[in-house]
Write a protein that binds this ligand. Structure first.
Ligand code: ATP
Ligand code: MG
Length: 555
């Protein structure tokens, strides 16, 4: 247990107190309860890190429970992707994989108990009427005319509902609590409804299904969950959560709410993310611009960076909005240590070194990772013609531009100092070729000339380099706080969120990289070979730039 009390978040404080008091026999048991109706996103990652992280920290257990009580939208595809994502984040639920649908029999029995105890009744009114009678937070609701229906009658109808004798919408089972409660959830909530729909696990065994409120807390209780952590929206459901536990006399799991993760310029809602996928605004759930775990994985975020981000944002009691810059910082911090450096040029223009012998190639020494000596060195080929970045040349450079321009000297990284002697334009007025002369005495590592230049450029040998397609991603939305907008969130999509560099080139070592391999293109950012990359022309995704470009622009 930690001794640094002041650093604990409020959930850890509560847990330490509970453990110290020997509550729940000194057990900690949490759960992560996704509904398998979509792919997990970065918000879920926060909840996963919290629930599994606490179990790790306090020697407890964390269950993976699929909250699959709603047959409408749930699919096995989502179950599989959710499992893959949690594993990828580095958490392990062992054999504790549960499904709320496995408790349908038990939940049915609980419902029967409530009816028998006079605490639940069948209502024959249509949904709209029931909803009208609920009242408003300032006005009490009205009791249903069926509220005092005899227990036997409710029992019989409930059994017949289960047997499929009634149509959808004809009856519901409601808990009998208090139509005047200031908490709307306590006004005789519906706990079972008829849905003549097959379920992804139970098939057509059931045609009545419990509501979220009737299933969630009871599932916690059945599994012996001690601390049921959920987002703030569920605070209003807590009295009902406790009411079921008390009135059923079952294991008292306790619900605690924390602030959900909201991220600037990002949507964290499965429903809206689905809209982006189905509307063709992105290229699937794992489009690298998507905040889904599969999207950010494909983009090149590492599990370590997500976990460290979750740590940094912490756990709060009030909703706020986290800065994407922090997420980007976390991945830079991680990749800086792990990613080998590679030379690449995204928008190439040819540089001809006119005094370099034609037909000659030399192999230059390059350090793989200055942050990690064990990563070693490699050789990169250099010859008379290389590509440099178009943006690294200016015909008429401003004072502060330290890269290449007429008569300017720069160093080609790992190679020589070169001096620009001229350039050629095509008919469209674009620079087609740049000419330079090199100084053989300035070879990197062997340069005793004492010559100093202000700029160092990346380059790729024009003969040995390979062609690639590099995809540059920017934030998917232009508006930071998407919770505050009133119009359609899709109006806020950034039209420039994807830029494809079809003519990019890279040093030859990139040819041997496998999908998923990550590296830094020197001076440009961190990149990953796309998972779908096959064939001779690698497809490369940019994970993140080396610096926060947006921070600079906003100054
Ligand atoms: P969505 O609105 O995206 O569908 P959800 O809450 O309906 O999210 P679930 O699959 O029901 O998704 O959620 C699983 C768990 O993840 C819940 O405990 C939920 O509270 C938590 N969770 C979902 N979104 C966030 C978020 N943005 N931040 C923190 N936790 C979240
Ligand atoms: Mg949900």
């Amino acid at each position: 247990m930690s001794t640094e009390k002041e650093k604990l978040n409020f959930i850890e404080q509560m847990i330490e107190k509970d453990l110290a008091e020997g509550k729940n026999d000194g057990r900690l048991h949490t759960r992560f309860p996704p509904e398998p109706n979509g792919y997990l996103h970065i918000g879920h990652a926060k909840s996963i890190c919290l629930n599994f992280g606490l179990a790790e920290k306090y020697n407890g257990l964390c269950n993976l429970r699929f909250d699959d009580t709603n047959p409408e939208k749930e699919e096995t595809e989502y179950v599989e992707s959710i499992k893959e994502d949690i594993k990828w984040l580095g958490f392990d639920w062992g054999d504790r994989e549960y499904y709320a649908s496995d408790y349908f029999d038990q939940l049915y029995d609980y419902a029967v108990k409530l009816i028998k105890d006079g605490k639940a009744y069948i209502d024959d009114q249509p949904a709209e009427l029931i909803s009208e009678q609920r009242g408003t937070p300032n006005e009490p609701g009205k009791e249903s005319p069926y509220r005092n229906r005899p227990v036997e009658e409710s029992l019989e109808i409930f059994e017949d509902m289960k047997a499929g004798k009634y149509d959808e919408g004809t009856h519901v089972l409601r808990a009998k609590i208090d139509m005047t409660s200031p908490v709307m959830q306590m006004r005789d909530p519906v706990i079972y409804r008829i849905k003549k729909m097959a379920h992804h696990r139970t098939g057509d065994k059931w045609c009545i299904y419990p509501t979220y409120d009737f299933a969630h807390g009871q599932s916690d209780s059945i599994e012996g969950i001690t601390h049921s952590l959920c987002t703030l929206e569920f605070a209003a459901h807590r009295p009902l959560y406790n009411w079921f536990i008390e009135n059923l006399g079952i294991f008292p799991s306790e619900q605690t709410e924390f602030a959900r993760l909201n991220l600037g310029y990002t949507i964290v809602s499965k429903r809206k993310l689905r809209e982006l996928v189905e509307g063709g605004h992105v290229d699937g759930w794992d489009d690298p611009r998507m905040p889904t775990i599969s999207g950010i994985r494909r983009r090149g975020y590492t599990p370590e960076s997500i976990r460290s981000f979750a740590d940094k944002i912490g756990v709060a009691k009030r909703n706020g909005i986290s800065d994407v810059a922090l997420l980007e910082f976390s991945v830079r911090e991680d990749l800086n240590k792990k990613a080998n450096r590679v030379l690449g040029v995204l928008d190439p223009v040819k540089l001809i070194i006119t005094n370099y012998p034609e037909g000659q190639t030399e192999e230059l020494d390059a350090v793989n990772n200055p942050e990690d000596e064990s990563a070693g060195k490699r050789k990169i080929p250099f010859s008379r013609e290389v590509y440099i970045e178009r943006g690294d040349f200016m015909e008429d450079p401003q004072k502060k531009f330290f890269r290449m321009g007429p008569d300017r000297e720069v160093r080609l990284k790992y190679a020589y100092i070169v001096k620009c002697t001229g350039f050629k334009k095509n008919d469209a007025g674009e620079i087609e070729e740049i000419y330079a002369e090199y100084d053989p005495a300035t070879k990197s590592g062997q340069d005793n000339t004492g010559k100093k230049v202000k700029g160092t450029l990346g380059w790729v040998d024009a003969n040995a380099g390979i062609e690639t397609e590099v995809r540059l991603y920017d934030r998917l939305f232009m508006t930071e706080d998407l919770n505050k907008i009133e119009d359609d969130f899709k109006n806020h999509l950034n039209p420039d969120s994807l830029q494809v560099m079809k003519n990019a080139v890279a040093e030859p070592s990139v040819k041997d990289m496998k999908p998923g391999e990550q590296f830094q293109f020197e001076r440009m950012g961190y990149f990953i070979i796309d998972k779908g990359s096959t064939g001779d022309k690698p497809i490369i995704n940019r994970t993140v730039t080396l610096r926060d470009n947006w921070a600079k622009q906003n100054k």
